[in-house]
Every structure is written in structure tokens, then in C-alpha cells.
Design a protein around this ligand. Structure first.
Ligand SMILES: O=C(O)[C@H](O)COP(=O)(O)O
Length: 344
């Protein structure tokens, strides 16, 4: 059964539903705690979001964006008139998806930056994730450079009701840009640029890559392996700690993705357990203690609303239908209504 959520800490315009099958909520002490399929988050008055402080990177994004064809450059604040940019950045969706199960997840091996594809179950998880977000607008997709995240993004988009075509942008050379150019404005409008960035890769697991997680725990002790896997600043042998992973993943999010959100684009990020943990730590202002218990399941999409410079967590859409979806804001509900009216 679904329950309407209305709580001052998640904004006055709260159209959220929680379904008891996948998510519980507890309200007390001015905070709202979501416990959702392996994801535990507390949102309090000072922690529900933050004001974007770094708007200075627009020029850099403008420069890299302008080299692509399907990719529409974002406007700098100086270039767009104020009322237009305010209107545009009023409220947008940010979807985060950890890739579906990979062949090494299935074998319980540390994977890190090894480029392993999805299992059949992973493919199904990605398709299911796509169904869950099929009514939520997506204007741009960011993935890591690894195939499991890219497969997940592409498979999820096969389910989207808007039927736009995700196209990977090749910016690696002048020739790659020229050879992937699209010559129809209409076709460009029916496309979603997909940017693959190594900065969103899984944390580099160092000398654990390829080792079995259970055997490693038996050898080095459960506590040590848990420390390597979940602590904030203790790296696995010759690998990256979560803090090191955040240095590249969160920097990329701030430099490249936030300006797109600010310019009014709805964004989906398909990435990995630890690169997404670091981004969620940033979005939800988790402490290095709190992030230890943050676990992400494979193939579960998580929705944030970016509004007035703040990120508001809306949980994980559980189904594409009104009965199952609890996460609609008024704007998302209108988007879905428009899809209903135009698509059948
Ligand atoms: O790289 C891996 O092995 C997984 O994708 C994430 O592993 P973890 O849950 O051990 O961090």
C-alpha cells in the first residue's frame, strides 16, 4: 500500500508516495529517514540539500560541449537572460543507477576498474530499472567508461516512453567528432547525448581486483575486508579509498554535471557502487561515518529533484504506473501526463 509523504524537510510541494513493499519511512526529531532496499538515508533540516557554490566552471563545460554534434551546449549565466535561466533551472530530475549484476558480481570477485559485462540477470535488472524510470524525463546521460554501466544505461533507455535514442558522444579526437556528426536537426532533437567519463568509473580496487570476496575475508579477516570495502579513507592495497574515488567522481559531478542541471537538463548517471556512493555522500552531505553504511543494490534507480540549487532525494521509483510511483513532483506528473496524451 502507498502512503502520501508530506514533510517540511522535503519541501512544501511534496507529491511523494512511499510503497510499503520497498521502502519505509520514519519521521521524528525533524528528520526523515528512508530505508530503501539497501539504502539508508536521513534527511534533516540542515542536511536535505545544499546550495551549489561553484558556478565558475560554466566556461569549461561550454568549451567541451561545443565540440559535439548531438550535445547541446549549456548557456553561461551571462549568456542567458535571468528570467529564462531561472525558469529553465526551476526543477529538474537527476537519476542515479548502479549498473546491473556483472559476471564478476555473480562470481563474487572484486571488480574495480576491470571492464566486465553484465550477466543475463544484470540485463534484466537494467531493463527493469528502465521501466521504473520510463516516465521521468532524461535529456542527458553520463556513464562511466566501463561496459557494465554503459550497457545498463542503454538497456534502461530501451524502456523509456519518450523513445529518444541515446547516442554515445565521441569527443576523443577531431576525426571522431567529425565522423560521428549528425546532419538533421530533427534527428538531433530525438537523441539523448551519452557522455562516457572515466572519472565515474568504479573505485580502483588495487591488488584485490580479481580476488574472491569471501576468500579474501577468510584470509585477511572480515573486519579488515569490510574496512577496505566501506571505510572512507582507508584504501585497499595499492587501490583507491572512497575518498580518492570521490576526488575524481565528485569533482566531475560538480564541474560537468551540475552545470547541466542548472541549465535545466534532466540527467541520468549510470555508474558504480563506489563512484555513486561518493556522489550520494556529496548530494546528501553524509559524514565519513555515515557513508560506511551506505550500500547500493545493482540496477536500482534513485531519483533526486534538483530545485533552487538544492538536491532533494525522492527515493527509488518502484514502477512506472501512478499506483506504484511515489516520487512525482508536479512537474514530473505533468511530463507523464503529456506522455499519456501523446503516446497512445
Ligand atoms: O568493484 C566491485 O567489486 C564492486 O563493483 C563493488 O564492490 P564492493 O561492494 O566490494 O565495494
Amino acid at each position: 500500500m502507498a502512503a502520501l509523504v508530506s514533510h517540511p524537510n522535503i519541501g512544501t510541494q511534496s507529491y511523494g508516495y512511499l510503497t510499503s513493499s520497498s521502502l519505509h519511512h520514519e519521521v521524528g526529531d525533524n528528520s526523515l529517514r528512508f530505508i530503501s532496499r539497501g539504502l539508508k538515508i536521513k534527511i534533516g533540516p540542515s542536511r536535505r540539500g545544499y546550495i551549489c557554490s561553484d558556478h565558475r566552471n560554466f566556461d569549461r563545460v561550454q568549451a567541451s560541449a561545443s565540440q559535439t554534434s548531438v550535445f547541446e551546449p549549456v548557456s553561461t549565466p551571462l549568456q542567458s537572460n535571468t528570467s529564462n535561466s531561472q525558469k529553465k533551472s526551476n526543477e529538474v530530475a537527476l537519476i542515479l543507477i548502479r549498473h546491473g549484476e556483472s559476471l564478476w558480481n555473480e562470481k563474487n570477485l572484486f571488480t574495480g576498474c576491470v571492464d566486465v559485462p553484465l550477466t543475463k540477470k544484470g540485463v534484466e535488472e537494467a531493463i527493469e530499472a528502465g521501466k521504473r524510470i520510463s516516465n521521468i524525463p532524461v535529456d542527458m546521460i553520463y556513464t562511466s567508461a566501463l561496459i557494465r554501466a554503459q550497457m545498463t544505461a542503454m538497456l534502461a533507455m530501451t524502456q523509456h516512453r519518450r523513445r529518444k535514442v541515446p547516442i554515445i558522444i565521441h569527443n576523443e579526437s577531431e576525426q571522431a567528432r567529425a565522423w560521428s556528426e549528425v546532419f538533421s536537426e530533427d534527428t538531433k532533437k530525438q537523441s539523448i547525448p551519452v557522455i562516457a567519463a572515466w572519472q565515474l568509473n568504479e573505485r580502483m580496487y588495487g591488488e584485490l581486483q580479481g580476488l574472491n570476496k569471501q576468500e579474501t575475508a577468510d584470509r585477511y579477516g572480515k573486519e579488515k575486508v569490510h574496512e577496505w570495502r566501506r571505510s572512507y579513507d582507508i584504501p585497499p592495497p595499492n587501490g583507491e579509498s572512497l575518498e580518492m574515488c570521490a576526488e575524481r567522481a565528485v569533482a566531475y559531478f560538480k564541474d560537468q554535471i551540475e552545470p547541466q542541471l542548472l541549465s535545466g537538463k534532466n540527467v541520468m548517471i549510470a555508474a558504480h557502487g563506489n563512484s555513486l556512493r561518493s556522489i550520494i555522500m556529496h548530494l546528501d552531505e553524509l559524514t565519513s561515518q555515515e557513508v560506511i553504511s551506505l550500500e547500493l543494490s545493482t540496477g536500482i534507480p534513485m531519483l533526486y529533484i534538483f530545485k533552487e540549487g538544492k538536491f532533494i532525494r525522492r527515493g527509488s521509483p518502484v514502477a512506472p504506473t501512478e499506483a506504484g510511483v511515489y516520487a512525482y513532483t508536479r512537474r514530473l506528473a505533468l511530463y507523464r501526463q503529456k506522455l499519456d496524451e501523446t503516446l497512445h
